[in-house]
Every structure is written in C-alpha cells, then in structure tokens.
Design a binder for this molecule. Structure first.
Ligand code: DAS
Length: 332
C-alpha cells in the first residue's frame, strides 16, 4: 500500500444537493452538510487518497447558474495548479448533467474531474451518497481516468459529461448515457475505464455571463404561438428540441428560418439518444429543409447540452461559422 504521502491528492468541492441534505422527519430535507461532513462518512477512503474538502455552497442544484460554474471551474483549475491529482464535485442531481458539461467546456485539464451526487438523502435507508462519493474519489485518483475530460460517477458507473443525463426521478440508477452507455465502472477497489471518447470536448474561454439562449421544445400538434411569444424580444440564439431526427411542423419552418437569418438556431432531438439526421427526410419541416434554411444540427448533443455550448460560444463572441464548426466538432 502506498504511504500517506504517496497517495494521490484529491480536492472535493461541495455545492449542496440531496447528498448534503438533512431535515426533521415530515418537513422535508434541505442542504446542510459540507464537504468535510461528507468525507467524515467515508473514513476508509483515507487509505486511497489524501482528500481535502472545500465547501462552495449549500444549495439545491436548480439554483446554480453559469457564473457559479465558471467560478467553480476557476477553483478547480487552481486546485490542480496547486498540486491536486484529481477533483470531485458533489452537487444536486437535478442539474448535474449541465454542470458536468459546462465544466467540460470550461476546463482543459488531464487530471480527472468527477461530478457526483445522490438520489437518496442521508436520512434514508440505503442512502447512496457515501457510495457515490467513495466511487467518485476512486475515479478521481485513478490514472486510468486521466485525459477523459469531465465525467459523472453515479451508481458505480463512469459517464462522459457530453452524454450523461438524469433519466429517472428517484431510482439510484437514474443516470445514463443514452447514446453510448457508460465509459466504465467501479468494482471492488478498481476503476475500469472500458471506453475512451474519440475526442475531447473543445475548451471555450469564459468571458462573463452569456446572452440568453432559448430552448424551444416541439410538441404534438405544434405550438407556433410559443415561438412567437418567445421571440417577441430579440434573442441571441435558440435551440429547437425537435421531434425524431430533427423535425418540426411545417407551419414553424418559416418563422424559424426568419430567426435563423439573424441569430444561430440549433436543431436538436428530443429522443434522448442518437444524433440529428442531415440527409434523410425531404418533407417541409424535415431536417433537410431546416438545415437548408440555416439551422445548425446539434449532432450528438441533446438540446440541453446544445444550449450550453451555444451559450458559451455566443458569450465568447464566436461568429456564425465558428458556431457551426463547433457543433460539427462536438459530433465528430
Ligand atoms: N433532486 C435533488 C438532488 O438530487 C436536489 C438537487 O438537485 O439539488 O440532489
């Protein structure tokens, strides 16, 4: 066993979420515990790594915003510059998929950065927070996880930030990567990385809070009024969460084309897996029609991840061509 000084140095940043929540029976749980409280629940991990806790916030994850994650990214980069071999972020699961991808876009580190949380709060039998935190620390300490970009570790699975999504309201197996599955897993005391992404997520410089990018879901029967309502004021960009491989009702084509002439409009799919099509359907409102009118395919990114990428690109002052190229790269 490595001596204490030889063990990898891991910094754990706590943001709140169910993993940190407590409360009297019957009145609901709220964020209470900080990083050091969470680490006190897994003393056996001291044999794996030298772990330091830093409390960032005690919030429900729906309260997090772009600036919070940008500040966290700076703190993570500083921890690594100060000698950390890996970093773990604990937060609420509701927006974990967004935080993980934003960190992936903002950071350019070989050191593992792992986001985790819990589906069952610490007052529940079988609370999964300690197991998830222990697995996340093992991954952050593992040389096998270097160079993967940011990952999420939940339920002993390792997921790429670009693909991970919360797909269930309460199961401990709520997280998945619909299109590719997990990159690896934790078993006994081992971290197994079975797949490595073909390419890293591009890094985008943070230039301050980005302009507003709207996400518009397509619904059965269409809702052209929603599009009119949302674009009454000028918008910096829009992501259309289209049906199937990237399709909208024909009545929405013209207004979307008009918008695409003045602001980037990205075409994503609401299916939760696969990538957007570009040369299959020829009907009005099909993907060939929409891409021909200037919309940009989201490729492998779902609508929520596409909104984050478009927001950061606009915030960094990217041109239309640079935005198209970034989405093409995100799918390569
Ligand atoms: N749903 C809770 C969680 O899983 C709350 C939150 O996201 O903060 O952590």
């Amino acid at each position: 066993m490595p001596s204490a000084a030889q063990r990898p140095r891991i910094t754990v940043f706590s943001l709140g979420g169910t993993i940190s929540m407590e409360g009297p029976a019957g009145s609901g749980v709220v964020p209470k515990l900080d990083a050091n409280d969470l680490l006190a629940g897994i003393p056996q991990l001291a044999a794996v790594a030298q772990v330091t806790g830093e409390s960032v916030s005690k919030a429900a994850s729906v309260e997090l915003g772009f600036a919070d994650v940008a500040t966290l990214a700076e703190r993570i980069a500083a921890a690594v510059a100060g000698g950390a071999d890996g970093v773990v972020v604990t937060q609420g699961t509701d927006t974990l998929e967004e935080t993980a991808y934003l960190l992936d876009l903002l950071l350019d580190l070989d050191e593992p950065v792992v986001v985790t949380g819990a589906m069952r709060d610490p007052t529940k039998p079988g609370a999964d927070g300690p197991a998830n935190l222990a697995a996340a620390i093992r991954v952050a300490a593992s040389p096998a996880a270097r160079g993967l970009g940011v990952v999420a570790v939940m339920n002993d699975e390792v997921h790429a930030a670009r693909f991970v999504a919360k797909r269930h309201t309460h199961k401990t197996s709520a997280f998945g990567s619909g299109t590719i599955g997990p990159l690896g897993w934790v078993i006994e005391d081992r971290v197994r990385i079975a797949l490595r992404p073909a390419q890293r997520t591009p890094t985008i410089a943070w230039k301050g809070p980005p302009p507003r990018v709207i996400l518009l879901p397509m619904v059965f029967g269409g809702d052209a009024q929603a599009l009119r309502d949302l674009t009454r004021e000028p918008v910096a960009g829009m992501v259309v969460e289209a049906v199937g491989g990237g399709h909208v009702p024909s009545a929405m084509v013209e207004p979307l084309a008009q918008l695409a002439a003045t602001a980037p409009v990205v075409l994503a799919s609401r299916t939760g897996g696969g990538e957007t099509l570009d040369k299959t359907y020829g009907y009005a409102g099909g993907e060939i029609d929409l891409l021909g009118r200037g919309l940009i395919g989201a490729g492998l990114l779902d609508a929520r991840k596409a909104r984050l990428l478009l927001s950061l690109l606009l915030g960094a002052g990217a041109t239309r061509e640079e935005i198209s190229a970034a989405f093409a790269r995100a799918s390569a």
